[in-house]
Design a protein around this ligand. Structure first.
Ligand SMILES: O=c1[nH]c(=O)c2[nH]c(=O)[nH]c2[nH]1
Length: 309
């Protein structure tokens, strides 16, 4: 038997290492703001992440924190800025970006928000002034990335769950020895939409555009007679781009929430497309980016945005 001597590990003196890309900050700051100027309160509920980029080498290599804006300070800043109001998450994040890049050694960063929706409770026939119920609907998302004077804004939403009980077909796919799926011209189509969209600039009515994009996504989902979830995805993204000149790119991630017809024949029953098993996994996952032809370069807009191809 031949034995090979192990290769000696290189001594640390023989190698030069270098700090690469880095960012740091406070993740998932939970912020709830109650606006109580009148008896009819308003509530804003966000989860905010702040990450700074810049010259932080001294802290990493020597423990010199003279340029480290503490993550605790970043968290406090989020709360302090909320004292003046929150408003659209995109606008709030742009304020944070402007503030933190005021430190000479901070040249950019990434600020992200999830916006959690609450509805008023209807009590005694009227919307209550200060009692709310979390809507089981989607979560609005926003990401601001700044690099020097360049800034990119993504709007978005996640967990917008939709279903069509007809108007969906799937056939014409290749068959090989592993194919068992039957062709269908009438199936249930359901998905939980995750969408992100890239704005061309920052002079935008964020709330109005969000509401309009959401409505456009829903309308396109409802009205597209679907031959594949891929086709529905494209129709949804196209509809958003056609209706919103401020938006230049849409990325969608659509899980195909399969609804399988249950075989009721063992019970002597037919099943004319009425009783389904709603499977939770595995699920098809359909993802794409759709953009306008003359879209400005995406730059760093999509950096660290997980969950898309
Ligand atoms: O809309 C669909 N797209 C697919 O790619 C696919 N694959 C599959 O098994 N079912 C479906 N449905």
């Amino acid at each position: 038997m031949t034995t090979t001597a192990p290769t000696p590990a290189p001594s640390s003196a023989a190698r030069t290492v270098r700090l690469g890309a880095n960012q740091y900050g406070k993740a998932e700051v939970r912020l709830v703001r109650v606006t109580r100027d009148t008896a009819r309160h308003e509530i804003e509920d966000l989860t905010v992440t702040s990450q700074l980029r810049g010259d932080f080498a001294a802290s990493h290599v020597a423990g010199d924190n003279s340029q480290v804006v503490a993550t605790d300070t970043q968290k406090n800043t989020v709360y302090a800025f909320a004292r003046d109001g929150v408003g659209a998450p995109e606008a709030f994040l742009l304020r944070l970006a402007e503030h933190f890049t005021g430190f000479a050694w901070v040249d950019g960063g990434r600020w992200e928000a999830l916006s959690h929706a609450w509805d008023r409770i209807v009590a005694e026939g009227a919307e209550h002034d200060h009692a709310f119920v979390r809507t089981g609907q989607e979560t609005r998302t926003a990401v601001v990335t700044r690099d020097g004077d360049d800034v990119w804004v993504l709007g978005g939403l996640t967990d917008l769950t939709v279903l069509k009980s007809t108007g969906s077909e799937f056939h014409g796919f290749p068959r090989d020895r592993y194919t068992t799926l039957g062709e269908t011209d009438d199936r249930v189509l359901a998905t939980a939409v995750t969408a992100r969209w890239r704005y061309a600039g920052t002079d935008v009515d964020w709330d109005a555009t969000y509401a309009s994009v959401r409505a456009t996504l829903l309308e396109a989902f409802a009205t597209t007679h679907s031959l594949a979830l891929q086709q529905t995805l494209y129709a949804m993204a196209e509809a958003v781009l056609v209706a919103h000149p401020a938006i230049v790119e849409v990325r969608l991630s659509l899980p195909n929430k399969h609804h399988f017809l249950v075989d009721l024949s063992p019970f002597g029953l037919d099943n004319p497309n009425e009783v389904f098993y709603a499977a939770d996994r595995p699920y098809g996952l359909i993802e794409a980016s759709v953009s306008v032809e003359d879209a400005p370069p995406a730059g760093r807009a999509w950096e660290s945005v997980a969950g898309f191809c």
